[in-house]
Each structure stands twice: as C-alpha cells, then as structure tokens.
Design a protein around this ligand. Sequence first.
Ligand SMILES: Cc1cc2nc3c(=O)[nH]c(=O)nc-3n(C[C@H](O)[C@H](O)[C@H](O)COP(=O)(O)O)c2cc1C
Length: 210
Amino acid sequence: MLVLGFLGSPKVNGHSGKLLKKALEGAESRGAVTKRYDLIKLNVKYCMGCNTCYHKDPELLIGKCPLKDDMASILEEYVKADGYIFASPVYDANVTALMKTFLERKIMLSYKAPDAYGKLPESRCPANFKKKASFIVTGSAVDEFKEVMADPCFEAIEAHLMLEQVDTANEMYVGGIENISQETFSERLNQAFQLGAHIVEEIEKARTEG
Ligand SMILES: Cc1cc2nc3c(=O)[nH]c(=O)nc-3n(C[C@H](O)[C@H](O)[C@H](O)COP(=O)(O)O)c2cc1C
C-alpha cells in the first residue's frame, strides 16, 4: 500500500512538516510504503485554464498539460497511490497558495464528459471512495477558532477530492501554534502518528468491504 504526503508549508521542517513526518511514520507502522512531497521544493506552475489536460487525448488518465514542470511525474505516482495525507498551515483562512496551486493542477482527474459537468460524483479514475485522504492543518488561531480557520481548509481539499472519489479518513487542526508548549506539541505529534496509522486501517477496511 502506497501513502503519499503533501506539504503545503514553505517551511519543510516547520510545524506542519513535523506533523506530516509523524503521520507518515504512523502509516509505515501499519505496513504502508510512504513518499513525501514538499511542494516548495518542486516546480509546480499555475494552471492556465486551457483545458488541454482533459480535452486533448482524453484517453490519457493524467492528460497532457502543456506546462513543463514536475507535475506530470507527481501525477504518475499520485494515481498509483492508495492514500494521501495533506498538511498545510492556514494562510488567510485557507490552505496556502502552494497547496491550492497543486490541487488545481490535478483537475484532469475529475474529468467529466461535457454533458455530465456539474454532476457528482463521477471521475475520470473512479476510486469509488476506496482511496482515502487525511488532512493536517496548523494555524496561529487557537483550537476554538477551528471552525473559522481550519474548516475552510478541510472543505477546500475535501471538495476537490470528492471529484476524484477519494474519501476523508481524518482531519486534525493544531491551533495556537506560535505559543504551543513542547508538551502539547508532543501530544499532537502522537495524534498525527495515529492519524497516519488510521488511514491505512481505513483503506484496508474499504477494500475488505468492497
Ligand atoms: C501569510 C500568512 C497568513 C497566515 N494566516 C493565518 C490565518 O488566517 N489564520 C491562522 O490561524 N494563522 C495564520 N497564519 C499563521 C500560520 O498558519 C502558522 O504560523 C502556521 O501554522 C505555521 O506552520 P508551519 O510552521 O508549518 O509553516 C498565517 C501565516 C502567514 C505567514
């Protein structure tokens, strides 16, 4: 089983990065193979909205984007994976531009025939919710502000993944990050480890049931 981690923070060893590292260790503890993508280190250009990726060569799962960057190789791995863990700080009450830019570049995976636009759920690579995703979001705002700060982040990724028929396993918000004590952060790291272990269990469960 392959679980991919995507980091939306520009700080690869910041709070979100440390939590993602633990979550991937949790997934490995249940037998998954993991791979982490630090989006800041990759060349991922803005989607130009040309629609070439799904209108030209529609038989190709990941399409043929005219932009020349790292996205094609990430997508080749992405479609092979069984689960995903997305970690992002809150920036202006949403995921970072790094994360959002990456999500937009996966639009071809939610391809629909023209007469099916706007209808859900139907995707180009139906996973029938057997693939799972978990989200880790960090922010300055204390946990009580989760609804305002973190929920828009969860919803942005979740709505995007619904189009790919990938279901949510877990969401975790770690607030008050600038003033968090070492003790509380260690507890949150343990929770991240559990989140990683849990996604593997959820994928296995979905497969057994399906
Ligand atoms: C440009 C910018 C915008 C931010 N906007 C918010 C915000 O809207 N809400 C919030 O709680 N924290 C906000 N923060 C604080 C970050 O979410 C916080 O520092 C983050 O958890 C750091 O994560 P990292 O160590 O993984 O980079 C913002 C930080 C920056 C740099």
